[in-house]
Write a protein that binds this ligand. Structure first.
Ligand SMILES: [Zn+2]
Length: 145
């Protein structure tokens, strides 16, 4: 039985030859990553939908949602896989159910303003008015089954 008897103990206490250098390296790596992310956030701030990120779009002909990754130089509307035409607009999520509960899977809604229609946009599922950057129900709203 050799429990409690650590032959490496002395070596650890005196310090590994790489210990200090590795620490400095990790620090510089983390510091550099944080700085890079801050830079990216600041320079990307004015662009609302981040390029290269998948988001949900709605086809204005079929009203069906589809995921789409915005590419450099894209303009709205984008190609819809349903109509095979440029009828894809950014969707707004609605997390309400008809009886006023929260649901996990959003209904993706096409805003009237995107397609030049007047008046409020109503969610086809729950009938609530949907706006740009549609606010989700708060945590006080009970979750639907
Ligand atoms: Zn809804």
């Amino acid at each position: 039985m050799s429990m409690g008897n650590d032959p490496q103990g002395g070596a650890k206490a005196s310090g590994h030859p790489l210990g200090g250098g590795l620490g400095v390296f990790l620090f510089l790596l983390l510091f550099g990553a944080a700085g890079y992310l801050t830079y990216r956030t600041l320079t990307n701030a004015p662009i609302p939908s981040a390029q290269g990120e998948e988001s949900m779009f709605v086809c204005s002909e079929t009203n069906k949602p589809f995921p789409y990754t915005v590419k450099d130089g894209d303009q709205y509307p984008v190609d819809s896989p349903f109509s095979k035409k440029k009828t894809g607009f950014p969707g707004e999520p609605c997390y309400w159910t008809k009886d006023g509960k929260r649901k996990k899977e959003a209904t993706w809604v096409l805003l009237n303003s995107f397609v030049g229609k007047d008046g409020d946009t109503k969610c086809p599922d729950c009938g609530r008015i949907v706006v740009g950057h549609n606010p989700p129900p708060g945590p006080e709203v009970p979750l639907a089954n």
